[in-house]
Design a protein around this ligand. Structure first.
Ligand code: DAH
Length: 348
């Protein structure tokens, strides 16, 4: 009876104490007060010595039972604490899938890149190769070999940025003509286009110190002005619409003879006359001509055998007209508010 009471007391007290245990450290402390060297259960077992032999057996059984029960209570709580800790850890790692995802910003294709790609596709479909040239080139390639010798007055019109006496920021893409012919001497037919940035000392709403041109060159046997006209007509209609009319005006460029300037019917008023075309119905888009024999000769081609044509539109203009851009400088300042207007909707 007495032993049963004692056992009940111990277990009850233990259960009460266990209720307050919140962590492993507290649990270890409590465990020591029961099962440690001076613990409640350990002290009970010391009594064994004082008992007469005939009671020892039963007391031993009682001790074992109580030890087992106490140990189990501790291990149960231990387990529960571990489970609880794991659950807390998992909860803290939970991702709230109801949170709306962060919107990723879509880029858009720059209007100049679009025009360049469109032009490249068009000329590649006609059998042209696309080439590129350096933006820093020599005076020789940019002027002299294009039939503009030192001192030629037409050099002035290009307002060139010279780096030193011999090197400059190319003021036009025409050196691509020289470079291509020199790299392919007497190969024919030669059909290339060269899009790229060019630089001149210019800065207002329709002129930027940096802009883009698109040089074209065809060299072969029996290439004539008629081929140039056919090619440019096709080019204008494909880029600006089938209804576009093309007008050739005689002009002068040192690297072509004869030379012409090419106008197209105004994109805005279709030729009726408006503020964009200054009431003429026409807009000038490029210079072109039959390659001057001196240019062929200086780059190693025999002008008795080969002829060619060349053309050089400024492409910023096309972008300005096509996308209604009023200030050319916006094309190059990369203001996100400007670029966002050319959203993906226009892209296939
Ligand atoms: N390079 C000339 C310029 O920048 C444009 C040009 C005119 C290019 C006639 C040509 C051409 O290829 O034949 O003003």
């Amino acid at each position: 009876m007495e032993k049963n009471m004692e056992r009940e007391d111990i277990i009850n007290n233990l259960e009460i104490a266990l209720k307050d245990i919140k962590n492993k450290a507290d649990l270890a402390n409590l465990k020591a007060t029961y099962l440690g060297k001076n613990g409640v259960v350990t002290k009970l077992s010391l009594k064994m010595k004082e008992l007469p032999n005939e009671e020892k057996r039963e007391y031993g059984k009682f001790l074992n039972e109580i030890k087992e029960e106490v140990t189990k209570k501790f291990s149960d709580l231990e387990k529960r604490l571990e489970e609880q800790a794991l659950e807390e850890k998992l909860n803290s790692e939970k991702i709230d899938i109801t949170l709306p995802a962060r919107r990723s910003l879509k880029g858009s294709i720059h209007p100049m890149t679009r025009i360049v790609e469109e032009l490249e596709d068009l000329f590649v479909s006609m059998g042209y190769d696309v080439v590129s040239g350096p933006e820093i080139d020599t005076d020789l390639n940019s002027f002299t070999k294009l039939n503009l010798p030192v001192g030629h007055p037409a050099r002035d019109s290009q307002d060139t940025f010279y780096l030193d006496k011999d090197y400059l920021l190319r003021p036009h893409t025409s050196p691509a003509q020289v470079r291509t012919m020199e790299a392919n001497v007497n190969k024919e037919p030669l059909r290339i286009v060269c899009p790229g940035k060019v630089y001149r000392r210019d800065d207002d709403a329709t002129h930027s110190h940096q802009f883009m041109q698109f040089e074209g060159l065809v060299v072969g046997e029996d290439i004539s002005l008629a081929d140039l006209k056919g090619t440019l007509e096709l080019f204008a209609k494909k880029l600006l619409g089938e209804k576009t009319k093309v007008r050739f005006r005689p002009s002068y460029f040192p690297f072509t003879e004869p030379s012409c300037e090419v106008d197209v019917t105004c994109f805005k008023c279709s030729g009726k006359g408006c503020n964009l075309c200054k009431d003429t119905g026409w807009i000038e888009v490029l210079g072109a001509g039959v390659v001057h024999p001196n240019v062929l000769r200086m780059s190693g081609y025999d002008p008795e055998k080969y002829t060619g044509f060349a053309f050089g539109p400024g492409i910023d203009r096309f972008a300005m007209f096509k996308y209604g851009i009023t200030d050319i400088r916006q094309i190059y300042t990369n203001d996100i508010r400007f670029l966002e207007q050319f959203d993906r909707k226009d892209v296939d």
